[in-house]
Write a protein that binds this ligand. Structure first.
Ligand SMILES: *[C@@H]1O[C@H](CO)[C@@H](O)[C@H](O)[C@H]1NC(C)=O
Ligand SMILES: *[C@@H]1O[C@H](CO)[C@@H](O)[C@H](O)[C@H]1NC(C)=O
Ligand SMILES: *[C@@H]1O[C@H](CO)[C@@H](O)[C@H](O)[C@H]1NC(C)=O
Ligand SMILES: [Zn+2]
Length: 455
């Protein structure tokens, strides 16, 4: 009996020991599993540079132009936002190999959804709604079945919703005329402007500032990055500048990038923003750009385009921007000047978005940008605009962006209501202006201007 108990207790003891070791081993395995999964997840995040391939060079000249497109791909169509879905249907059926090749690129880059929206209006409300439409009976009838167009840029994840009817609503002119507002603002700010006396009233980087005939750089006082400069014109007026002053300003941005990079050789990703007047977010009336040079990647939106272009390259083995420009060219949404090209975006962030692009910073690029901005100011009579721009990264052949600028207009300068809401911050962007209308005006304005400048 005793012996038996003894044996039993030995067995139990042995079992306890065994259980203890199994427990330790199991714990160890579990710990390793969790630990390694974590590590596994982290290891997906590789250094920025190795995420990118060397793409084929950007070509601004499209192998398919709109004349060919009209004669071979889509013969009769309404070239407008509302006509796009019909253009797409016809394009899908076109037999010419070049048509098919670019149809596939178009549908890979853009998704197009056309939707109808219907409603009914209670009797007592109808006269009020008619009033909003200046009693235009045709417009009033359009209310009941509205065309809504969604365009999605699949690689950059931009999504713009157009309702052309919204653009047809009669515009109420602002209470104060825009030019009156502007003249007063200019006068009121000139006397106390710090930028007008920049040697005394602007900061500089520890490596000093650079200057040119018409422009200077300064350091932003409240920085958003290690290398964050202000590049400003020497004159105070934000709307009236010549091509010479304009090109000089942008050449100085390149000088600053070179200087900053020589002091910080690891800083390679230059980007620039420019807002005009308070309505568009400018803190000073004096014309000034903000320039950043980042160390690992571009800031936000620009890096998103670069990522998109890398995904596109991985899928199609082709330069995203070259193909993008070719698709815009086929659709007759481009205007070119020398080695630079501009197109009216199908996924605009705000009204009239134009994108200006070239392989490298060049006089052609700046001249075309100048002409587009003059079209905004002088022909659309938009007194404020916002711009974002990327330069090719310094000494970085991987994921090399072309130089590009995106410019938009933002409504009456006197309108205190913000044109940005939760819609564009958290959902898609709502723009109602047809890119075909934008390119029509911009193209004739740009061509006229460039011809007159006799370049
Ligand atoms: C492209 O659009 C313009 C208007 O902006 C028009 O005059 C021209 O005829 C169009 N091109 C073709 C090939 O249809
Ligand atoms: C273009 O639009 C007009 C009016 O909206 C229409 O009458 C015409 O049939 C359209 N043309 C084509 C080729 O779709
Ligand atoms: C710039 O500011 C300094 C210091 O206040 C002043 O002496 C100088 O006259 C100013 N220059 C101009 C052009 O206003
Ligand atoms: Zn000033």
């Amino acid at each position: 009996m005793h012996e038996e108990t003894c044996t039993m207790s030995t067995v139990i003891k042995w079992n306890k020991k065994w259980l203890f070791f199994v427990g330790i081993a199991l714990g160890f395995v579990l710990f390793n599993c969790v630990y390694h999964t974590r590590i596994g997840k982290f290891s997906v995040i590789t250094p920025e540079k190795s995420k990118y391939s060397v793409w084929p060079q950007f070509e601004s000249k499209s192998p398919i132009n709109n004349i060919f497109f009209r004669s071979e791909c889509v013969k009769a169509a309404n070239y407008s936002l509302t006509g796009l879905s019909d253009i797409k249907t016809q394009w899908a059926r076109a037999q010419h190999p070049l048509c098919q090749k670019y149809y596939n690129k178009f549908t890979s880059i853009f998704t197009l959804k056309t939707r109808k929206a219907t409603l009914s209006i209670p009797e007592g409300f109808r006269s009020k709604v008619r009033g909003w439409l200046a009693n235009n009976e045709d417009l009033y009838q359009e209310i009941f079945v509205q065309d809504i167009i969604h365009i999605i840029s699949e690689f950059t994840r931009e999504h713009t919703v157009f309702n052309p009817l919204r653009d047809k609503r009669p515009i109420q002119p602002p209470d104060q005329s825009q030019s009156e507002y502007f003249d007063e603002l200019l006068k009121a700010t000139a006397k106390t402007c710090d930028f007008c006396n920049f040697t005394h009233f602007t900061a500089e980087h520890t490596f000093g500032r650079v200057q040119s005939k018409h422009a200077f750089t300064a350091s932003n006082i409240f920085k958003i990055d290690t290398l964050h400069a202000v590049v400003a014109m020497k004159q105070h007026d934000p709307l009236h500048w010549s091509l010479e002053e304009f090109v000089d300003l942008f050449r100085l941005t390149e000088t600053w990038i070179k200087k900053a990079n020589s002091h910080y050789p690891q800083a390679r990703y230059p980007a620039l923003i420019w807002d005009i007047l308070p309505k568009c977010g400018a803190s000073q009336v004096h014309p000034h750009l903000q320039l950043v040079l980042d160390f690992e990647r571009y800031h936000g939106e620009i890096e998103a385009w670069r990522r998109g272009a890398q995904e596109y390259y991985s899928l199609h083995n082709s330069n995203y921007f070259t193909d993008l420009v070719a698709v815009y060219s086929a659709l007759n949404l481009t205007v070119t000047y020398g080695s630079a090209v501009a197109f009216a975006s199908l996924v605009p962030k705000r009204d009239h978005e134009m994108v200006i692009m070239a392989r490298e910073p060049s006089t052609d690029f700046y001249t075309l940008l100048f002409a587009v901005l003059r079209a905004f100011i002088d022909d659309f009579h938009k007194m404020c605009y916002s711009m974002g721009m990327a330069y090719p990264a310094v000494d970085t052949p991987e994921g090399k962006l072309p130089i590009y600028a995106r410019v938009i207009t933002r409504g009456f300068v006197t309108d205190i209501r913000s044109d940005i809401s939760s819609f564009e911050m958290f959902l898609a962007t709502n723009v109602n202006i047809d890119p075909y209308k934008t390119i029509d005006v911009v193209r004739s304005s740009v061509n006229q201007r460039l011809k007159n400048m006799n370049l």
